[in-house]
Write a protein that binds this ligand. Sequence first.
Ligand SMILES: Nc1ncnc2c1ncn2[C@@H]1O[C@H](COP(=O)(O)OP(=O)(O)OP(=O)(O)O)[C@@H](O)[C@H]1O
Ligand SMILES: Nc1nc2c(c(=O)[nH]1)N=C(CO)CN2
Length: 159
Amino acid sequence: MAKAYLGLGSNIGDTKEHLDNAIDILRSSKDIVVLKKSSYYKTEPIGYENQDWFLNMVVEVETTLEPKELLQYCQLIETQLKRKRIVRWGPRTIDIDILLYENYSSNQESLIVPHPRMTERAFVMIPLYEIAPDLLIKDVAISEVVKQLEGLETVIKEI
Ligand SMILES: Nc1ncnc2c1ncn2[C@@H]1O[C@H](COP(=O)(O)OP(=O)(O)OP(=O)(O)O)[C@@H](O)[C@H]1O
Ligand SMILES: Nc1nc2c(c(=O)[nH]1)N=C(CO)CN2
């Protein structure tokens, strides 16, 4: 079994329902166990700003799937939840990114792991820090990475 972290985001329709549905579909796979879920976070849109705020979260999973198979399963969930690709970094019912997969590292365009933009994104790092406070990312403590992002973008933990 390999441990992986997935970043989930939604900013169309009932965002909480989309995140919950995505987790239910992850859980329905015999090859995936969802071990931890972060809180939900309301987050300011980054990259393409003319869109609604997102609801983001991170989950920790254990899986027997290989990285590419896990990506395919995540993309299947995106299709099932009617994600349309119209604008890069634009609105979506659901986005699922593989952030980390054990110590696996890949630079192929179709699957870059660790996710190439994760350490710049408070909407990823803050929920990841909540569920994995002792993680090292490229030999740097996650607490340090989160500190560097303080005050850059608004990320509000839902209670
Ligand atoms: N770690 C990864 N997780 C998910 N997709 C990835 C990853 N690395 C590369 N990709 C590729 O990125 C492509 C575009 O993905 P997507 O449309 O979800 O990007 P995005 O979410 O808009 O932007 P970003 O990657 O900045 O979050 C996918 O087709 C996928 O093959
Ligand atoms: N706040 C926020 N901004 C984003 C997000 C996201 O999930 N949350 N996803 C993007 C493309 O993956 C681009 N911008």
